[in-house]
Design a protein around this ligand. Structure first.
Ligand code: ADP
Ligand code: MG
Length: 694
């Protein structure tokens, strides 16, 4: 394995890398020769042919080459230095303008040939503001920087494009021959990807865009393939676990339950139910995710599964992320299931210890059939007589890991996870690659579309009047704030629920009951407020994001969100889903002060569509997968090269191949899979904690 060591050569051994440059490279994550080879360009400049200035298209990002003919610097009224040059390609002229970079005047000279890149604008004359630039040496016949498709990297410190480019060039010339092909040759042939040497060479210095495309595809394929391999192994582990309880599907209890459901299930709900039935009767542990937009009716599906568990003599658990939601589930399930003779308890923090001990012993003795509560249930000292099913509501990432924890406690229940964050299919394949998925696409009949308005601060008065009209009609309203107390710091700027509550109560809606709900209140206080809101005693409920998920109050028709720009799109969509649950026309009002065009567009997207999947996709595009899932998301591995949205087709092929491979060679024991195994272990060490290979 001497060749492998060559790629691990520290960059500082390369000519031209001193301590200073080495330090900057480190900042970019480049420590070794291999790191350079895999430091992919962020974009490319086609310098094999330049657009002539006359042919530039206004509004597009383009690259121009020309000679500097004038330079000038001045100050704006506010004292900011502006530096400007004009360049010509003998046919046309264009200006380049930089703000706050006065040192440029010592660097750029009349007569120099330069390349500039940026968005071409027409502003009296053609110009590019704050362009990327590069000075060409006179008479340069340099084959790295000119006359070809040139890589452009992201930089730091005093590193320049040319420097990084020549470093990459050197690394490729001297080291790329040592790259080792990890993918078995049959896979390369079947997936129709190029080999790794070709890929790495062409990802930096492609001879054509066609080659670049092939190179990119190969590198992304390998990345996705390794990820899917990890997921396939994880999933296999679950499937191969000792068999789980086999539930029988027919029985008097489930029949009675079916009869009490007051509506007909939608197609998606029926499909989810039959998926669950298949799992529960298979003898293998269920590990299923139900994905369905807010209000699509996931609860009844979960209830069906719980009743099946009870019918088979098992206990079931329903966990929710918040107490408020747990309590609501408790009320809902009790109404449906108690008449059938099913015993249900609510288990949350802060119940009277005596009461709690009683509940504990009833659960232990098996007298309780279903326990509803927060995640605390499975962490605490609760002992079950016969736990057969765990349902987790609104938790993005659960599944295998916690399942393993439960198994350690001696339980091996079926697991059903429900989420209302509509996860684009691409991402689902990545994050939930180890779960089976049922999607509930359509809404129950009779839902009215919710009208959404994006409103600025000046219109606040009108908004309040509008809410008053709804209240006069007997409806109720939510007002959601980003914070409990008003924040003024950089990270915590925004409106506070307490302050809004005071103001609404005394100034705006003095004739109506206004309530306050936030996470710092005690369980008892929260419970009282929710009850009063549900009963219609409280008309306007001011709250923080605690009501984000699951709350079901059909009489509420207005959702007003303060500082809407501070929430993620998926979150806003969730909040919006709190209204429109009864037969009344409903509204979501986003009060926002978006500072940037982008922020405004983001919120506009919400005004324009009610489709959660579309919104999630937009959110994901804007914020990236890490942010999208917020801190709740743990298991998402870093994806460096590919784009899980744009490269969906590659992900699908990678997934098919990876799952096929694991089915045939579950322990990666075959000789031609040896390198895959090594790589997998080093790549996912400590991240996908359950991976056991061999
Ligand atoms: P979510 O998927 O957001 O958890 P819920 O399960 O809370 O949605 O259901 C939202 C509302 O829709 C509830 O009031 C529920 O009773 C009702 N519902 C569910 N399924 C149907 C259906 N098939 N037809 C009519 N109403 C339904
Ligand atoms: Mg729900």
């Amino acid at each position: 394995m001497q060749e492998k060591n060559i790629l691990k050569t520290p960059v500082r051994y390369i000519k031209g890398v001193g301590p200073r440059k080495g330090e900057y490279l480190t900042r970019l994550g480049i420590h070794t020769v291999e790191d350079i080879l895999y430091y992919l360009p962020t974009r490319y400049d086609d310098r094999s042919r330049f657009t002539s200035i006359k042919e530039l298209k206004v509004g597009e990002h383009q690259t121009v080459q020309g000679e500097i003919i004038t330079l000038s610097s001045r100050l704006t009224k506010t004292g900011m230095p502006i530096f400007q040059i004009a360049i010509t390609d003998q046919i046309g002229f264009i200006h380049a303008v930089w703000f706050n970079q006065p040192y440029l005047k010592d660097y750029l000279r009349k007569g120099q040939r330069v390349i500039i890149y940026g968005k071409v604008e027409m502003y009296d004359k053609l110009q590019i503001v704050q362009p990327e630039y590069e000075v060409l040496k006179t008479g340069e016949k340099d084959s790295i920087n000119i006359g070809r498709i040139v890589p452009v990297y992201s930089l730091t410190g005093q590193l320049t494009q040319r420097y990084l480019r020549s470093l990459a060039f050197l690394a490729i010339m001297n080291y790329s021959k040592s790259l080792i092909e990890r993918l078995p040759s049959y896979l390369i042939a079947r997936a129709k990807v190029v080999d790794i040497k070709f890929a790495v060479r062409n990802i930096h210095f492609p001879v054509s865009f066609d080659n670049l495309e092939k190179a990119y595809r190969r590198i992304v394929f390998e990345e996705f393939f390794m990820l899917q391999l990890a997921l396939a192994i994880k999933k296999k582990d679950v499937k191969f676990e000792e068999s789980a309880f086999t539930f029988s599907l027919a029985g008097g209890l489930i029949d009675s339950f079916t009869k009490t459901i007051p509506f007909e299930l939608t197609e998606g709900q029926k499909k989810a139910v039959s998926d669950i039935e298949r799992d529960l009767s298979s003898g293998r542990p269920m590990n299923r995710l139900i994905e369905g937009d807010v209000g699509s009716g996931k609860t009844v599906v979960a209830s069906y599964a719980l009743v099946l568990a009870v019918q088979n003599g098992f206990q079931g658990v329903l966990m929710a992320p918040t107490e408020v939601l747990a309590r609501q589930h408790f009320i809902g399930l009790s109404e449906l299931l108690m008449p059938l003779g099913i015993n249900i308890v609510l288990l949350i923090h802060g119940i009277d210890p005596k009461m709690r001990d009683k509940i504990y012993s009833e659960i232990r003795e098996g007298r309780i059939n279903i326990v509803v509560g927060t995640h605390a249930i499975i962490q605490e000292a609760v002992e079950f007589k016969r736990l057969g099913l765990v349902v987790i509501d609104e938790q993005h990432k659960f599944g295998v890991t916690q399942r393993a924890a439960l198994r350690q406690k001696g339980y091996n229940p079926h697991v059903l996870v429900m989420t209302a964050t509509p996860i684009p299919r691409t991402l689902a394949l990545t994050v939930y690659g180890d779960l089976d998925i049922s999607i509930i696409k359509e809404m129950p009949k009779g839902r009215r579309p919710i009208t959404t308005y994006l409103v600025e601060e000046e219109k606040r008065g009108e908004v309040y009047n509008f809410i008053k009209e709804e209240l006069n009609k007997g409806r109720q309203a939510y007002v959601v704030c980003p914070l409990i107390e008003k924040g003024a710091g950089y990270r915590v700027k925004g409106v506070g629920a307490e302050e809004v509550y005071e103001k609404l109560k005394s100034d705006v809606f003095p004739d109506y009951e206004v309530g306050l709900l936030h996470g710092r209140m005690s369980s008892r206080e929260k419970e009282k407020v929710m009850k009063d809101f549900k009963k219609g005693k409280i008309k306007v409920l001011v709250s923080t994001i605690v009501i984000e998920v699951g709350i079901d109050i059909p009489n509420a028709t207005v959702m007003l969100i303060e500082n809407a720009e501070r929430f993620g799109l998926a979150q806003l969509h969730q909040l919006r889903g709190r209204v429109g649950r009864g037969g009344h026309e409903s509204y979501c009002i986003l009060l926002a002060n978006p500072r940037t065009e982008e922020a405004r567009d983001r919120l506009k997207a919400l005004e324009e569509t009610l489709d959660g999947f579309q919104i999630a996709e937009a959110d994901l595009n804007i914020r990236g997968p890490g942010e999208f899932f917020g801190t709740r998301q743990h298991g998402l591995p870093e994806i460096r090269f590919g784009n899980i949205l744009k490269d969906f087709d590659i992900m699908e092929v990678a997934r098919k191949e990876a799952f096929g491979l694991i089915a045939k060679d579950p322990n990666l024991a075959e000789e031609h899979h040896k390198l895959l195994k090594e790589n997998l272990l080093s790549r996912f060490k400590g991240r996908l904690d359950l991976i056991k290979v061999g």
